[in-house]
Design a protein around this ligand. Structure first.
Ligand code: NAD
Length: 313
C-alpha cells in the first residue's frame, strides 16, 4: 500500500517513515520544513519507495494534491511547541486546525478512508488525578491542547459523516534521536551555552511521563493494525512518570557535568509558563489490551534520548 505522512521530515514523522518503508509500504511525505529537516530522511535518498513533497497543508490545493492515490494518511504535521501559543495563539489555530481541516476536506473529496492522527496528552489539561484514561474530560489549558482537541472533534465528525476510519493517538512526551523541541532539547541547548548555571522553567516538581521513540512507533503501528471501528482513541505513554528535576539530573549526568547551579523559574502554581501543566500522565491500559508493553520506562527513555540529542549537531 501507499501511505502519506504529513510532517514526515519531523521527529516522530521521520521515524514513522523508517518503519513503514521497512514494512514494505510506499511512502509519500509532505512537509513544509518549518521544523522538519531533510537530514532526518537523507538515509533514504536512494529509495524509490519514498517520495518527498515540499508543501504546506495550510494551502488547500497542496492538501488536495498530496492525498492523491494513498491508502492511508498519517497526520503528524503540526507546530508542536506548546509554549508558542501563549503569545501567538493564531499559530496553533492555523498550523494545527486549519491544516487538519484542509487535509480532511482533501480526504473527503478524494475518497481516502483511513487516518491516523497525532494528538497529544495536552487535550486533558490539568486532570484531577493521574494517570488519565481516554474517557477523562477534554479540558485543555493551552491553545496547543485546544487546537489538538479541535482537530480530534473535526476528525470524529468526518469519520461519522464520510466514513473516514480514524485512529486518534494522544501521545505523552515522546523522546529520542532527532528530537528538536521540548524539555530535553531545551535543557541540552542551555547547558551547551552555559554548563555552570541552568535555568529550569517551573519549580521542578512538574510531573510527566516519557516514552522512547521506538516504543511510541511500536504502539502507533499496533493501533494502526488494529484499526476497525470508525473512530478510536488511544493514549500512548509510559506506565510511570517522573519530575522535571529528575529529567534535569539525568541530562546533567549524561552530559558529564557536575556542580551545575540550578535556578527554578516558577509561575503560578509552580508551572513553567502559562499553559504548562503541573501533573500529567496517561493510563495506557487500552493500548496494553492490544498487547503493547513499553520496553523502557520514563527515566531510561530520557537517558537514552539525551545521549543521542547531546551528540547531535
Ligand atoms: P516536529 O516539529 O519534529 O514535526 C512536525 C513536522 O510537521 C515538522 O517536520 C514540520 O516541518 C511539519 N509541519 C509543520 N507545519 C506544517 C504545515 N503547515 N505543512 C506541512 N508540514 C508542516 O514535531 P514532532 O515532535 O515530530 O511532532 C509530530 C506530531 O506529534 C505533531 O502533530 C505533534 O503535535 C504531535 N505530538 C508530539 C509529541 C512529542 O512529544 N514529540 C507529543 C504529543 C504530540
Amino acid at each position: 500500500g501507499k501511505a502519506l505522512i504529513t510532517g514526515g521530515a519531523g521527529f516522530i514523522g521521520s521515524h514513522l517513515v523508517d518503519r513503514l518503508l521497512k514494512e514494505g509500504w510506499a511512502v509519500r511525505v509532505v512537509d513544509n520544513f518549518s521544523s522538519g529537516r531533510y537530514s532526518n530522511l537523507a538515509h533514504h535518498r536512494d529509495n524509490p519507495m519514498l517520495e518527498i513533497i515540499r508543501g504546506d497543508l495550510k494551502d488547500a490545493e497542496t492538501s488536495m494534491r498530496v492525498v492523491e492515490g494513498v491508502d492511508v494518511v498519517f497526520h503528524y504535521a503540526a507546530n508542536p511547541e506548546v509554549r508558542v501559543s501563549t503569545t501567538n495563539p493564531d499559530i496553533h489555530f492555523n498550523e494545527n486546525v486549519v491544516a487538519t481541516f484542509n487535509l480532511l476536506e482533501a480526504m473527503r473529496k478524494k475518497d481516502i478512508r483511513k487516518l491516523v492522527f497525532a494528538s497529544s496528552s495536552s487535550v486533558y489539561g490539568e486532570p484531577e488525578k493521574i494517570p488519565v484514561s481516554e474517557n477523562a474530560p477534554i479540558k485543555p489549558v493551552s491553545v496547543y491542547g485546544a487546537s489538538k482537541a479541535a482537530c480530534e472533534s473535526l476528525i470524529h465528525a468526518y469519520s461519522k459523516l464520510y466514513g473516514i476510519k480514524s485512529v486518534v493517538l494522544r501521545y505523552a512526551n515522546v523522546v529520542g534521536p532527532r528530537l528538536r523541541h521540548g524539555i530535553i532539547y531545551d535543557i541540552i541547548q542551555k547547558l551547551r551555552k552555559n554548563p555552570r548555571r541552568l535555568e529550569v522553567l517551573g519549580d521542578g516538581t512538574q510531573v510527566r511521563s516519557y516514552i522512547y521513540i521506538t516504543d511510541a512507533i511500536e504502539a502507533t503501528m499496533l493501533t494502526f493494525k488494529n484499526m476497525n471501528d470508525y473512530f478510536e482513541v488511544y493514549n500512548i505513554g509510559n506506565e510511570d512518570w517522573i519530575t522535571v528535576d529528575e529529567v534535569v539530573n539525568v541530562i546533567i549526568k549524561v552530559m558529564g557535568l557536575s556542580n551545575v547551579e540550578i535556578i527554578h523559574k516558577p509561575i503560578a502554581h509552580g508551572v513553567g509558563w502559562p499553559g504548562d501543566v503541573k501533573r500529567i500522565a496517561l493510563s495506557i491500559e487500552k493500548l496494553k489490551s492490544l498487547g503493547f508493553k513499553p520496553r523502557m520506562n520514563s527515566i531510561e527513555s530520557v537517558k537514552e534520548a539525551a545521549k543521542h540529542v547531546a551528540n547531535e549537531p
